[in-house]
Design a protein around this ligand. Structure first.
Ligand SMILES: Nc1ncnc2c1ncn2[C@@H]1O[C@H](COP(=O)(O)OP(=O)(O)O)[C@@H](O)[C@H]1O
Ligand SMILES: [Mg+2]
Ligand SMILES: [Zn+2]
Length: 370
């Protein structure tokens, strides 16, 4: 059989298979079952969290031959052809390639004709923020008074670029990022179904790396599975593959940050450059590290931290936590989080991360002088 990439193979075909977004899915399902159906929806959120997937399920729900339903049957002619991508009344467009007003006018002109196969003629317009001002105006006219048989589903990764007039005419649903736990649990379940064994720690590295996007996670997993024919994958190799610093290196960097040893810090950053590590990944890993350290400090202060059976790594963390104040850790996190946002404005990423680390260095120097 032809190989299908995992993100397509695993694409959910009904609402219950969607990971996360529980509350939103419940609202969508209820609105379908209660037949309280909007004329147009707008899904916003980062890439790879299910906007297109949910839109396609919605299209099936609205056009299933068994009636409007939150559980499309997936076997009637309409459901099958939507899944195959050849349903004439479900028109998927990428606004990025149709930004001009002439293009959008041709598309919107076709809303004059009622559906051929289905109950509704549905337009899914992806990356809607790419439309020109004139195109938005043309769309706005239709959104104001669309024919009863027309439904619009708009999707965007850049909500701020969408005029308010458009947003207010849609049922706007903002999809949040998927939590690390949801991502790693999902990958774990899917791999079980595929009969592939992978160590949980690797799945944690992947979910951290994915930054809330399930598609990122699935693609990273796909690469990881190609690392070794027998799936005996080592953490060391996967961190190298994804361009992230492994746990040991992050620990080393964190120790040097806490000790304010700027020479060593700069050496580690140089070393990262040699290894082709992506700098924003280092910043994100440091944020996670200091967050974990905060939790340990809280647990210790509440006497809920057990020191029996600590691994070598955890012992080092435990000792480290005793040598640093909670308020200082929060300051490092603040500098790192703010710095990460501005990393892309730095002349190059290496200068960017060094500036962030200089700020922590200066903060520690200042507090030591008080
Ligand atoms: N919430 C989710 N639940 C399950 N799978 C998801 C989810 N979000 C994304 N995916 C996976 O990632 C792939 C891409 O998702 P997609 O809906 O196209 O993302 P978006 O349109 O938000 O960029 C899907 O085929 C699916 O495998
Ligand atoms: Mg999409
Ligand atoms: Zn059906």
């Amino acid at each position: 059989m032809e190989y299908q990439i995992l993100s397509n193979k695993w694409r959910p075909q009904n609402f219950d298979q969607i990971v996360g977004h529980k509350y939103i899915i419940r609202i969508l399902k209820n609105s379908l079952d209660l037949k309280r159906i909007h004329q147009s929806w707008l899904f916003s959120g980062i890439h790879g969290i299910g906007k297109t997937t949910i839109a396609r399920i919605l299209a099936k729900s609205l056009n299933c031959e068994n009636g409007i339903t939150s559980k499309p049957c997936r076997i009637c002619k309409n459901c099958v052809s939507i899944e195959k991508g050849n349903f004439l009344d479900f028109i998927e467009l990428d606004a990025a390639s149709k930004t001009k007003v002439e293009d959008i006018k041709i598309i919107l002109d076709s809303t004059k004709y009622p559906p051929i196969q289905g109950r509704f003629k549905i337009y899914l317009i992806d990356e809607i923020h790419m439309l020109s001002k004139n195109s938005f105006n043309a769309l706005l006219k239709i959104l104001e008074e669309p024919p009863k048989y027309i439904k619009f589903i708009l999707a965007t990764t850049h909500l701020k670029k969408i005029p308010n007039t458009i947003i207010s005419r849609c049922l706007h649903i903002n999809l949040p990022v998927i939590t690390n736990k949801n991502i790693s649990d999902y990958l774990n379940n899917q791999l079980k179904k595929e009969n592939i064994k992978i160590n949980k720690e690797i799945l944690n590295v992947i979910s951290n790396y994915a930054q809330g996007s399930l598609r990122n996670a699935i693609n990273a997993l796909e690469l990881t599975l190609c690392l070794n024919k027998k799936n005996q994958i080592k953490i060391k190799n996967i961190t190298k593959l994804l361009g992230i610093f492994d746990k040991k290196n992050i620990l080393l960097l964190a120790i040097n940050i806490i000790n304010n040893d700027i020479d060593n810090i700069l050496k580690i950053i140089d070393d990262a450059e040699q290894k082709g590590i992506q700098y924003n990944n280092i910043v994100l890993s440091l944020i996670t590290f200091f967050h974990d350290l905060s939790i340990i400090k809280i647990m210790i202060s509440k006497k809920k931290y057990s020191t029996d059976k600590l691994s070598k790594y955890d012992k080092i963390i435990y000792t480290l936590s005793k040598n640093i104040l909670f308020k200082d850790i929060q300051m490092y996190c603040k500098i790192l989080i703010q710095g990460e946002k501005y990393l892309r404005y730095a002349p190059n990423p290496k200068i960017g991360i060094e500036i962030i680390l200089f700020q922590i260095y200066q903060y520690i120097k200042d507090t030591q002088n008080i």
